[in-house]
Structures are given as C-alpha cells and as structure tokens.
Design a binder for this molecule. Structure first.
Ligand SMILES: Cc1cc2nc3c(=O)[nH]c(=O)nc-3n(C[C@H](O)[C@H](O)[C@H](O)COP(=O)(O)OP(=O)(O)OC[C@H]3O[C@@H](n4cnc5c(N)ncnc54)[C@H](O)[C@@H]3O)c2cc1C
Ligand code: FES
Length: 258
C-alpha cells in the first residue's frame, strides 16, 4: 500500500451519472489485483474531509481506471476533474479476488455500479481461458453500465432491470438461479459478486443451495481504509472483520448476513 499523487489522464461520462476516470499509476498498476480498491482524496480542502474508496475497474500497465456513480459530494467533485488534475491516492488496498483453480466457468454477478471491480476480474478469467458469464442488474436501463465492454471482452452478458427497460424484467438473481441449476450438473463453477447487500445475501443463499463456491465484495462506509479506525467492521462467523483490511472480498459463507 502506498500514498501517491496521480495525474488524471481522462474523466469521461459514460452514461447518465456514471463516469470512468483514468489516472497514471506506473509503479502501482502492476501490483494491483482485481477486487482491490483505492482510497481517494477528491479535494485539497477539508470538504469532504474523508477519502472515498473506489475499486480498480481496469488495470493496465501504466494506469488504473475507476468507474464511479455520482451519489453525493465527493463523487460530484470527482466528476468535475479534468485531464492533468492531480489526485491524492492511497492504494491498492484490501485483499482482492482470488481465482479458484480448476474452475471451468465463472459467474460474475453485479448490482448497478457493482460491475466496477468485476471488469478487471472478467479480463483475468477470460485470459485464463475459463468461461465468464456476467449478470448485471439495475433498477432501469440507466443503471446498467459496462455491458458492451464486457461483451467485447468475450464474456456472456445477461441483463435485468426492475422496470423491464433493458433485458429481463425482474431481479438479477432470477436469472442467476436458472444458470445455477444447469451449472450444478456440470463442472465446477464459482460465483463472484458485488452490489447492494440484499443482492449479495440472495447470491450467497443460491451458492449455498447449489454448493457453489462464492466470493462477495462488500461495500461499507469507510474512513481510513487501512484498518485503523475500525469503522468498517462486519460480523463474520469468526468475529468482526474489517472490510478495508480483511476484505473487501469475503467467502460468502463467512459473512453473517443481517
Ligand atoms: C471497497 C469499496 C469500493 C467501492 N468502489 C466503488 C466503485 O468502484 N464505484 C463507485 O461508484 N462506488 C464505489 N464505492 C462506493 C463509493 O465509495 C461511494 O459511492 C462514495 O464514497 C460516495 O461518496 P459521496 O461523497 O459522493 O457520497 P456520500 O454523500 O458519502 O453518500 C451518498 C449516498 O451514497 C450512500 N453511500 C455512500 N458510500 C456508501 C458505501 N460505502 N456503502 C453504501 N452506501 C454508500 C450514502 O448512504 C448516501 O445515500 C465503493 C465502496 C467501497 C467500500
Ligand atoms: S475504514 Fe478504517 S478500519 Fe476500515
């Protein structure tokens, strides 16, 4: 983990309220794993006071991309950044995704901007010659991002929206369950998921029912991002763990879902 000043290469709006920001990170990118995150100070003033965590979306040789949704003050400030501006970045932080060995296909399940850390993972899976099926759910079509890029990468993409404006009408877990039934009869399949807690809880239930290994990336409010403030604790079967330091990726069976 390292604190560094990163020059912004680009900051583009990709969909309503969603942006991809790319920053230079020649020494950091090669040490960054899919699922790890960066705690970013978006302003040189104390407004906002705390850094904000963002997952590595794409990891290239010299740069990192983050995909973010504007939801409040920090992300709004971030959306106004321009090429050449400097960010104060801490990272890479957290454990990241570990790929199971001997897996023939992988299900990646994303709720809205939960797709952010799954792109880099899909890239790694496809490079390793396993099949990646990605399920992206959102409230409406405005909440579905990165589907085109993932298709171009070679992933099989399934989409659901609650209002039916894109893909299947309903919850993404409805689509996942259909594939779990088929996958449980075939070779080993692992699930990786990132999104809102209710979705992760459902995915964890499915994984248990179909006896599939499952890793979830949790999002909790964070302050330090490095395990000192204890602000991001989650209840697990072996006591409280810190999302920033012990996670954000956990075995779904480890979490006590509330
Ligand atoms: C490990 C990790 C990785 C993340 N990666 C990404 C990413 O790649 N892309 C992305 O868009 N966002 C990501 N997030 C969430 C992102 O950090 C928050 O959206 C951001 O901090 C919001 O800051 P803000 O000042 O704009 O909004 P705030 O004013 O702080 O919050 C606005 C709204 O968002 C909700 N919110 C804010 N932070 C969280 C959180 N951590 N968990 C649940 N709800 C929250 C608040 O309840 C509030 O309703 C990640 C969070 C974590 C913990
Ligand atoms: S954010 Fe401080 S301990 Fe996790």
């Amino acid at each position: 983990m390292k604190q560094f000043k990163a020059k912004i290469i680009s900051n583009k709006k990709i969909a309503p309220g969603h942006y991809i920001l790319s920053f230079k990170a020649p020494k950091t990118a090669k040490n960054t794993k899919p699922g790890q995150f960066f705690n970013i100070r978006v302003s040189q003033t104390y407004e906002p006071f705390l850094r904000r965590p963002f997952s590595a979306h794409k990891i290239a040789r010299n740069k990192i991309e983050i995909l973010y949704k504007v939801v409040g003050k920090a992300t709004e400030i971030l959306s106004m950044k321009k090429k050449g501006d400097i960010l104060d970045v801490l990272g890479p932080l957290g454990n990241g995704f570990d790929l199971e060995t001997g897996v023939s296909s992988v299900f990646l399940v994303a709720g809205g901007h939960g797709v952010a850390p799954l792109y880099a993972l899909a890239e790694q899976i496809i490079r390793g010659k396993s099949r990646a099926l990605i399920f992206i759910g959102g409230k409406t079509k405005k909440h579905i991002v990165s589907d085109k890029e993932l298709k171009e990468l070679g992933a099989k993409v399934y989409i659901s929206t609650e209002d039916g404006s894109k893909g299947y009408k309903g919850l993404i877990t409805d689509l996942v369950i259909r594939h779990c039934k088929a996958a449980s009869r075939l070779a080993m399949t692992t699930i990786y998921a990132c999104g809102p807690k209710p979705m992760l809880k459902e995915v964890a239930k499915l994984a248990r029912r179909y006896k599939m290994p499952c890793r979830v990336s949790l999002e909790e409010y964070m302050a330090c991002g490095i395990g000192t403030c204890l602000g991001c604790a989650v209840k697990t079967r072996t006591g409280f763990k810190l999302v920033c330091k012990d996670g954000p990726v956990f075995d779904s069976r480890e979490i006590i879902w509330t």
